[in-house]
Design a protein around this ligand. Structure first.
Ligand code: CMP
Length: 140
């Protein structure tokens, strides 16, 4: 299967606890390569635009405030079947339902403070990668 790319965000609960390296160790152990990376403090505007698809959800405002509450690390991951592979490595959105050995089982604090985000489809991965990175910043 051809190489694919996906967007990863290490969320404020994880940067606050200084576990970005531990999370990336799991990502790399599972065969994904980090081919772009930057640490950012999102503005409310950025967060609302990035999560616009959830604008009607009851948790939207809390989600956007949380994503601006501290630094995030945004990354492009590359690998075989990367979108699905990274979703497996992350585990279920709610850590209470996440399988053993996944990032969220090991590190997430709650459904909101769930340590990582990953694109949910190949199409959204392309949109989300372009939201944060120019072609020049991605070095595969
Ligand atoms: P993420 O993969 O970043 O995509 C949307 C986020 O909304 C999700 O992870 C969760 O962290 C967050 N969220 C907060 N509350 C809920 C909820 N009740 N149901 C689903 N997602 C939620």
């Amino acid at each position: 299967m051809a190489l694919q790319r996906t967007l990863s965000i290490i969320k404020p609960d994880a940067t606050r606890r200084n576990i970005t390296g531990a999370i990336n160790a799991l990502i790399e152990r599972e065969g994904l390569r980090i081919i772009a990376q930057k640490r950012l403090l999102l503005t409310q505007k950025h967060a609302e635009k990035f999560y616009a698809v959830h604008a009607e959800r009851s948790f939207f405002n809390d989600l956007c405030s949380f994503m601006c509450s501290g630094p995030v690390v945004v990354q492009v991951l590359e690998g075989v079947n990367a979108v699905e592979q990274y979703r497996k490595v992350m585990g279920a959105t709610n850590p209470a339902n996440a399988d053993e050995g996944t990032i969220r089982k090991e590190f997430a604090e709650s459904i909101e403070a769930n340590s990582v985000h990953g694109s949910d489809s190949k199409e959204n991965a392309a949109i989300e990668i372009a939201f944060f990175f120019s072609d020049m910043e991605i070095v595969g």
